[in-house]
Design a protein around this ligand. Sequence first.
Ligand SMILES: Cc1cc2nc3c(=O)[nH]c(=O)nc-3n(C[C@H](O)[C@H](O)[C@H](O)COP(=O)(O)O)c2cc1C
Length: 336
Amino acid sequence: MKDAIKRAIPEPVIAWARGVQADVKLRRETLRQMKRFRRNYARRGCTGVEQMRTRIIYFTHQIEKGLSHSDFRYGFGKGVLAQLAPLLVQLRKSEPGYAGDGVYRSALSALHEYRQRHEVADYDLGYMRQLFPLDLWQEIGAADGTYGGDIVIRAVDKADNASLPFSALSEARHSIREFTDEPVSVDDIMAAVRVAMRTPSVCNRQPTRVHITTDRDLIGRLLAVQGGFRGYPTPPALVLLTADTWAFMNQDERNEGFTDAGLFGMSLLLSLEERQLAACPLNTMLPMQRDDQTRSLLHLPDNELLVMYVAVGHFPEESKTCMSRRFEAEQIVTVH
Ligand SMILES: Cc1cc2nc3c(=O)[nH]c(=O)nc-3n(C[C@H](O)[C@H](O)[C@H](O)COP(=O)(O)O)c2cc1C
């Protein structure tokens, strides 16, 4: 009887009813996701150790970026230091094993390099000194300067990239933010995209879309909107990865495009590295207005979600980049 009724309902009616049900679920689940995020993220003023560590990593990264600029600017990062100092003081109070914490060590190492570079140049560090209590200031002075800060990348070291085993290629890849003036062709990038096409995706639905531009004026305008690449010369090429919502079938899949295009992004980064092309992934965490500006600059269709940029260029003979120290694997693994 029940089956007979089901068979009698025309497919458009079933599709409509399912659509209404999915819309209700989409709203409910998105709200739940929003609430979970709001309960947990590392907001300014947070007091949880993990959230404080997040903010310390973020500010350490800003210091590492400043240290690695070829056009080094003495006195950079005053606002960053002003946020980092109280976080470190607070972490020392809240985390008993702080001295062995890689996040703390990495921050101190970057601050050590910051301090040393300025002191060697006889630059007045009064603005920095006043932010730190004496014991922390002394610890920065005595810190291991090799645990954070910047590292040097040389183009010659990339010559054998095509024959490196995966682990070595992965170990040697770093984000490069300053490139030579040599152009990068769309063909060069296409060769890397073809390799990245082997990236798996949910049910093989392949939602990733790739937008490439080598138009410096357009790249400059896009990166001005992006905002996370300030102070660097315009790169010769820019790739935008998007996720096509047309590849998804119901509300449960709403975040899957970020996973699939994110995986594609990693394949692309390694594929570029293998071809001796330098690259830096760049976020597209844009507030609505800047999202709209980006969409209009690239004439993106409504169905595509911004996932990430990748700036691409050639390795300078020698350049500096952030050390970006990683956690130990044991720190992120839970065996159930
Ligand atoms: C999705 C994503 C977004 C990123 N956004 C930016 C950015 O906006 N600006 C920037 O300078 N670096 C950005 N990065 C680069 C990270 O800072 C870098 O990957 C991280 O510090 C690790 O360093 P590594 O890539 O050298 O291993 C981004 C990386 C990823 C994966």
